[in-house]
Design a protein around this ligand. Structure first.
Ligand code: NA7
Length: 286
């Protein structure tokens, strides 16, 4: 499947679409704010006029937009993916949404005769640029097979997780753990330094033991430098925490730690850090 579309050229989508172009796919891009298409066009991509236009002209259309509202908006109305997809073509939504939204999108696409796969990703800007995302695919298995060559360009792993909703659920579980870890990590870094410990030494000691992980290492360095350059926008982490807590409500699963971490991210948004990196949650904790 060499002829693919890509909708949504934010931090993640731009990097993923760039990798597809560089790998030799014939890529047609679209972004709500069309100016963001220029860089991809300069690399050799075509520019589509609307999501409908892209879905009509491409075998598979991928999308990577901010949240459930944006993901649904791409599939509703006269200029939408659903209006253009037609029989046999495929739509792969890689945005992080809840399972209910994903199922609603699946219905819109299948009613229009298309095939649908949800494929949210684990990994932020750097893995998107490096083509090392973890792609959590669920839905139409024939589309999964057809999209596999593109997944191999964008990611290092793309497990098939079953029916629509299970990719969304896996993503929320993983990011809920990440948000909770970042929140307690920020508390530890703040407590330690207030007690007179050296921040770098805390990081080195954590990194030498069983808790070592790339996130603590990367975000830890950012906290010490007070550098909150956005790799994963904080507003998106709060969305993921909110959706995970809602899933917990629905399934009667108590999530006390996640619920409290969600409050810290909400506070950070209220304090004006929505567009900064998730590491900026530290600023409301310290
Ligand atoms: P960004 O960098 O905030 O980019 C968000 C993208 O979503 C960007 O292309 C936006 O277009 C697009 N968007 C937002 N709302 C809409 C609507 N209503 N319609 C169409 N397009 C829209 O996010 P990331 O790339 O970091 O993250 C993307 C996803 O990966 C997200 O689900 C994360 O949780 C994980 P714009 O440029 O503003 O016109």
């Amino acid at each position: 499947m060499a002829n693919v579309g890509f909708l949504g050229l934010g931090i993640m989508g731009k990097a993923m679409a760039t990798n597809l172009v560089k790998a030799g796919f014939d890529v047609t891009v679209w972004n709500r704010n069309p100016e963001k298409c220029a860089e991809l066009v300069s690399l050799g991509a075509r520019q589509g006029a609307t999501p409908k236009d892209v879905a009509t002209n491409c075998d598979i259309t991928f999308a990577m937009v901010s949240d459930p509202e944006a993901a649904l908006a791409l599939c509703q109305g006269p200029d939408s993916v659903a209006a253009g997809i037609g029989a046999g073509r495929g739509y792969v939504d890689m945005s992080t949404v809840d399972d209910t939204t994903s199922k609603a999108i699946a219905d819109l696409i299948s009613q229009a005769g298309g095939r649908f796969l949800e494929a949210p990703v684990s990994g932020t800007k750097k893995p998107a640029e490096d083509g090392t995302l973890i792609i959590l695919a669920a839905g139409d298995q024939s589309l999964y097979d057809d999209a596999k060559s593109a997944f191999e360009v964008m990611g290092k792993m793309s497990p098939y997780l079953g029916e629509v909703g299970q990719g969304a659920n896996m993503k929320l579980v993983v990011n809920m753990m990440m948000g909770g870890m970042l929140s307690i990590f920020s508390e530890g870094m703040s407590l330690g330094q207030k007690a007179g410990l050296d921040g770098q030494q805390i990081l080195d000691i954590v990194d030498a033991g069983a808790m070592a992980n790339p996130m603590f290492k990367g975000k830890g360095a950012m906290l010490l430098k007070e550098d909150y350059t956005t790799s994963f926008p904080l507003k998106h982490m709060q969305k993921d925490m909110r959706l995970a807590v809602a899933l917990g409500d629905q399934l009667e699963q108590p999530l006390p730690t996640a619920a409290i971490a969600n409050e810290a991210f909400k506070q950070a948004i209220k304090a004006g850090f929505a567009e900064e990196d998730i590491a900026a949650v530290y600023k409301v904790i310290k």
